[in-house]
Ligand binder design. Sequence first.
Ligand SMILES: [Zn+2]
Length: 602
Amino acid sequence: MDDDIKKTMEIFKKMREDDPGFQFSVELDSQARIKTLIWCGGRSRDQYSCFSDVITFDTTYCTNIYKMPFCLFVGVNNHFQTTIFAGVLMCTEKISNFKWVFEEFIKLMGGKVPQTILTDQCKAMTKAIAIVMPNTYHLWCKWHVMKGIREGLGPLYTKNRKFWDDFWLVVNGMLSIDEFERGWHEVIKNYGLEKNGFMIRTYGKKEKWAKPWSKDKYCARMSSTRRSESANFMLKRFVARDSSMNHFVMQYNRLLFDRDREEDIAEDQTNQLTVIHERLWALERHALSIYTKAAFELFHKEVDKASNYVLTARDGENFTISHDNPSKRAHWARVHYKVEMLDNGSKFKCECGLYEHFGMLCCHSIRLMLKLDVAFIPEAHIMKRWTRDAKDVLPKHLKIFQKDQSIMHSFTFRNRKLRLEALELVRKGDTDLQLFEIVSDHLKQAHKQAHKHVDEVIAARKKALEAGVEDQADDSCDEGVQEECCIGAQSEGEAMIGNKYGASGSSAGMSDSEILKMRAPLVKRFAGRPRSKRFMATSTRFKRRKPNLKLKEGPKSVEFSVGLGTSLSLLSSCVEEDLNGNKIGLLLSRRLKKVTGGEVVV
Ligand SMILES: [Zn+2]
């Protein structure tokens, strides 16, 4: 087992060499055994800097030989794809463990705290989130809440399509509180579920998962059941049961590679996106030019829905948008929506709360905007994370190069020349693997030489200050070098990592020899979170009936002759009969066959 840890660390070392942004942190017990491990790559950290607004923390079990739960920090990118931020292995799931994981995650991600976090119903996790991220909204994933639906509702769920359609609409629709209450109670009444335990319990916790109670909490559509389902499915697809830790980390890398490839495809599709619709409103043409393909398709759906609404009343800046054919909708659904226009039309606020919850304009606001001949989506309603430029988020010292920063127009000659040359190199290096390596090597060299020069200038400046020749020192550190000095200071945290493996966060002080002395975690007898430590899924509350099995009558053991006068005794449970009534002994992969009164065939 300890050999497995050494192999894992070798993989970490290689990952750190290939990706200077790779980092991990580890929690050890008094015997240097691993208790908790968290790791993330440079690309994941870049992704987090753009899409950290909403994250989910998902747990899965039985995926490694240590029976340690494996957890993923997951987000959603501007193409509505699931993106992985970090992987975690945990030995135990106490409040202190979760607290450590969340603290380390924030450290590895440069201190940025998410706006919203979605998890399962674990009590310890809930308490840890409240301690580490007190200002973050904590909601439950609908998928986890609904997990027990199959067992809780039985054939009604598996065989009644009509029920499923009605239930889905209430659970996943973008509803207001009054609509949800009416819709839920109608489903309960129509299908006779007034006394159903699953429905009572799920309804009892509605504030933690249902959209009407979290409409002012931004979720980037991650509360939908499908998002979590896909993250769980991805894990099962890549990580085999009972993997060793090193194999596990390699498979995790494969999962990341797969995600990157999917994202590249989506980027390409967005770049090739052209006007495929014959008639588009000006508002849609604007959306097409700013949003990614996936985001535009969702916006387009809202525009489609807007065609079912009309403006029915106006009171100053307050408008009423009504459905033009209420008889077509479920009778619990709302017909009138109030939309308020703010700041002379630079902002619209609809009571359905779709924009606040999801970051995309709702059909009611769009209907009003079309009525008022608004041709461009107001800036207040363009959420950068859904746009083509979502990843154009540069660190503070490079902010002037960001597309949405107006000061970028004031480039100096040096800035402009370097920028163009660097872009040319990036474009060439992206064409094939060999060119990528050539360009990477040269950029690393250039980086090294630039830092060396900055160090020399700083040393000269210090020396000059000590000698009291301040004026001279000021001249030697011009504006450009000062900027480089800032870059040096920013990467100081990275430079403090004094090991080859990328140990960071609270493990940053670990030396290479300490890392190699780490021992494997103890193997747990049972996998999974103790049931007493979580909010019980409805499915686990039902007492399972014990299977009514009767042992077949017969001898308790069967003797098999294995030749040379020796015999083997097998328990009757390890013995089967073939079609001819001959006894067959099952012993691991070997099959012993005894022909009555004859010889043994092995
Ligand atoms: Zn609305």
